[in-house]
Design a protein around this ligand. Structure first.
Ligand code: NI
Length: 227
């Protein structure tokens, strides 16, 4: 499943986020957080995780996720890794093909999080930089994703992906992982599709069949979810 969620952040929040990610923010070499395999492939900058800027930005992103029902329905989150922030510009401008670590340790929460879902929240407008597409490997082709500032993409953590070189400007983004209550991508997709269809049916009136199907949704979720 690859899901595009629009307007996760408001224009005011984007403004605050970009201010906190300005040139005087505590940027460090992104390789400090890469595993051995990713090390040679990774050339970007990352905001120091334990900085005050990162704390404010994390709170901003987590609050935005809380108010987005589509995010909850699609991700069914059990644990959300504290959002991280990166910048691709100048000579630190790409991240070659890799797969994210299966379990990631958060220094902020001392938790291990299984990366069922990877998330990228775009913070710079596409017109502010050239290149920088998130390239996701699908069965037959690579799909390029470059979203409006404030939009987010969710994709399975098991996916090969890369960030194409940025040749002008700066690409700012937040990225993080989710351990879902429903581990299987296929089961999560079925639940999401059913939830979206129920939403449409409910708008047409709460007939007994809708009540019954809603019950079926919850019974499937009960069968598949681990909390
Ligand atoms: Ni990655």
């Amino acid at each position: 499943m690859l899901l595009h969620l629009k307007n996760i952040l408001t224009p005011d929040e984007l403004h605050s986020a970009r201010r906190l990610l300005g040139s005087d923010a505590p940027w460090i070499d992104g390789r400090s957080s890469a595993g051995d395999q990713a090390l040679a492939q990774k050339q970007n900058e990352q905001l120091a995780q334990d900085s005050e800027n990162a704390g404010q930005l994390q709170a901003l992103v987590l609050a935005a996720l809380q108010r987005e029902p589509l995010f909850f329905s699609a991700a069914l989150p059990k644990k959300i890794f504290n959002p991280l922030f990166n910048r691709y510009s100048g000579n630190s401008n790409f991240y070659g093909t890799h797969i994210d670590g299966a379990v990631v340790h958060s220094r902020a929460t001392s938790q291990w999080v299984r990366s069922d879902i990877s998330c990228t929240l775009f913070l710079a407008e596409p017109s502010d930089y050239d290149g920088g597409e998130l390239l996701i490997q699908e069965a037959q082709r690579e799909r390029g994703i470059k979203l409006a500032a404030g939009d987010m993409v969710l994709y399975p953590g098991s996916t090969l992906h890369q960030v194409a070189p940025v040749t002008r400007g700066a690409r700012l983004a937040s990225f993080f992982w989710i351990e879902s209550m429903v581990r299987s991508t296929e089961q999560r997709q079925l639940l999401f599709d059913m939830d979206m269809a129920l939403l449409q049916l409910r708008r047409r009136g709460d007939v007994p069949a809708v009540v019954q199907l809603t019950g079926t949704y919850h019974n499937l979720l009960r069968m598949w979810a681990d909390t």
